[in-house]
Design a protein around this ligand. Structure first.
Ligand code: URP
Ligand code: ZN
Ligand code: ZN
Ligand code: ZN
Length: 467
């Protein structure tokens, strides 16, 4: 039985176009677009009509960096796949790519199976997986090939967190060489973790235990150095590289230089680096712990360089790195020792709105908003044009966005399972009104109409930036 919906009268925005058009949805996919008011649009018939007059009609957001239920520092990220994907939907995101974890001494498959078990039947929106590689050995390298074939086409490695997720340069080079052969994309957490651990030890010995010292020891130069090293290792391996959560302007400069050289090197930043700073880390009464993540927040002057990188395409993607820990009982584990504060910030619900505010503030254009939040992550991780755009044949993941609505961000009203908001009290212009996932209403005029288990696993092709 066919089910059809038509969205009438909105401004349809994609990475490439803005057009006043009606959108016909049939059986969960975009069936056709036609300029509003034309005979072609009038001919669209459907069981359900959504009036989008005065609103934007945009592709559902693609958040390519989340950590639902991540084990970290003796605790777990506080959003489950159920609560985290519901919050994502509220914020206009219809696809996440989360990180399955290989534990040291175990295989990739075992880790991936565990993450499938956490997600299956629980998600409100579609989801895929990257794989965190913590133990590079011959078996791991062989398993990478198999994972690429079945749609897990990207692998995160860490130059930070010695003893946990850390890979040394030899392990990184081997994984990169393998990805050069099998088409996988290495995603790099670029911070010199060995040097940082020395600085952590020295800071604690001096009695520097407050959250702000987390930002001081994880130096911008050590992000830039690791970014440079990752770029050159990838160049030696003949592999592409995607650097995650870039926060330092010196790291952006490394990416820009490599791209000028013609290397297939890509960068992601996150809303927290664009909107927050070391001022937040320095908030008194341990409030700064709410802003502890790695790479860390930087002094304000870095923000302008991140915006510039997004405009000049030296950075291609904005993801959240959503990794929430409650202040009470979780962030508090690090009272008296900043190195014990679990690393990560909540944000999966806030990304589309914060980036729309960046449009209002003149940092980026409307189309660039959609490009960095929807189209580029879909292309980078092999889901385009199924995800990330509004075109015939694409999944009908569509957001009706009210660009004039005013909102105040608050933990009182957000849907993430975490007891604070990193953006508490911030006034934003623009708000999600309705969300469709594969044609099904998930949010309807600010009411939740979705359900756990609607979201399905989405296998991915290899990076489409390289074709
Ligand atoms: O602080 C962060 N970013 N926590 C999540 C893990 C990671 O490194 O992405
Ligand atoms: Zn990381
Ligand atoms: Zn992360
Ligand atoms: Zn459903």
């Amino acid at each position: 039985m066919s089910s059809r919906t038509v969205i009438r009268g909105g401004l349809v925005i994609t990475a490439s176009d803005e057009i006043h058009a009606d959108v016909l949805i049939e059986d969960g996919r975009i069936a056709a677009l036609a300029a509003s008011g034309t005979p072609a649009a009038e001919a669209f018939t459907a069981e359900r009509t959504i009036d989008a007059t005065g609103k934007y009609v945009i592709p559902g957001g693609v958040d390519a960096h989340t950590h639902m239920e991540l084990p970290f520092g003796g605790t777990f990220a506080s959003d489950t796949f159920e609560t985290g994907t519901r919050a994502a939907a509220w914020g206009g995101t219809t696809t996440i790519v989360d990180f399955a974890v290989q534990s040291v001494g175990h295989g990739l498959r075992e880790g991936l199976d565990a993450w499938h078990a956490k997600a299956e039947g629980n998600c409100a929106i579609d989801y895929g997986f990257h794989m965190i590689v913590s133990d590079v050995n011959q078996d791991t390298l062989k398993e990478m090939d198999l994972l690429v074939e079945e749609g897990v086409t990207s692998f995160k490695q860490f130059m930070a967190y010695p003893g946990v997720f850390y890979s040394d340069d030899g392990q990184i080079l081997r994984a990169m060489q393998r990805s050069a052969e099998n088409g996988g994309l290495i995603m790099m957490h670029a911070e010199n973790g060995i040097a940082i651990d020395v600085l952590v030890e020295q800071a604690l010995a001096r009695g520097e235990t407050d959250p702000r010292f987390h930002g001081e020891v994880r130096k911008a130069l050590l992000e830039a150095e690791a970014t440079h090293r990752a770029i050159r290792l990838a160049q030696v391996a003949g592999a592409p590289l995607y650097v995650v959560h870039v926060s330092a302007m010196e790291a952006v400069a490394e990416l820009a230089r490599a791209r000028d050289e013609g290397l297939p090197v890509f960068g992601e930043t996150c809303p927290q680096y664009l909107f927050l700073s070391t001022d937040n880390l320095a908030e008194p009464d341990f409030e700064g712990s709410k802003y502890v993540c790695s790479t860390p927040l930087r002094p304000r002057e870095h923000q302008a360089k991140l915006w510039q990188g997004l405009r000049t395409d030296d950075l291609q993607v904005v993801s959240t790195d959503h990794c929430p820990f409650c202040f009470v009982g979780q962030k508090e584990l690090g009272r008296g020792d900043f190195s014990k504060i679990p690393n990560g910030l909540p944000g999966v619900e806030n990304r589309m709105d914060l980036l729309h505010q960046a449009v209002v503030d003149g940092h980026i254009s409307r189309r660039r908003w959609i490009e960095i939040a929807c189209a580029n992550p879909a292309r980078m991780f092999g889901m385009y044009p199924k995800k990330g755009t509004i075109t015939p044949g694409a999944d009908a993941d569509v957001v009706i966005y009210d660009p004039h609505a005013e909102q105040v961000v608050s933990a009182e009203t957000h849907h993430m399972n975490v007891d604070y908001s990193a953006y508490e009290g911030r006034r934003l212009t623009g708000r999600v009104e309705s969300v469709l996932s594969r044609g099904e209403p998930v949010v309807t005029e600010r009411e939740y109409t979705g359900h756990a288990g609607h979201g399905v696993y989405t296998p991915r092709s290899t990076c489409q930036y390289l074709n």
